[in-house]
Design a protein around this ligand. Sequence first.
Ligand code: SF4
Length: 207
Amino acid sequence: MKKLTEVEKIIERLKGEYPDKPALTYNTTYQLLVAVILSAQCTDERVNMVTKDLFVDYGTPEKMLTLTNLELEKKIFSIGLYKNKANNILKMSKTLVERFNGEVPCEFEDLISLDGVGRKTANVVLSVGFNKPALAVDTHVFRVSRRIGLSSGKTPDKVEEELKNSIKKEDWSKSHHFLIYHGRRVCFARKPNCSMCVIKEFCDYGK
Ligand code: SF4
């Protein structure tokens, strides 16, 4: 495990490079939740292209439920796993209307009870939508954290636990975004661009 001072330096360096917010476009917590569900195995740019039109007429759970599965599939077909995602979005919207008065709940357990919402999505919604300290581990956060040496966990849950132990609570949410951006722009899965990396001197892999 890295020393706290080293972890703070890593976060500080990344802070100078990347935004502390997702690249997804949304106006409400519900739209954020839909966008995050759509973003699994898909780029934020592609999701934004689809939601730009979708949210004009179907930006609330009530309006989304006026669509059939097939109609929603047609609107999001350019996104990977669109059939599954359409099904989950409609079921999730139905649950919001029936159990949560049409609002996205702000408790972790309630969020993960929704269709299509796993630990990662719930953490993103908590941190971005409700400003709660949470640290979601997606494929980028998992890979980059392990390469740097911030965690040696072999599962996303273990990496989340170790990151929460080594990063200050007030930095959890932004660190999630920094690590995602770093994974997308520099620390690529196949061939990390270590020569252009601002945290190379702190990285186990880069050294
Ligand atoms: S030095 Fe290389 S492996 Fe380490 S974080 Fe930077 S790009 Fe990734």
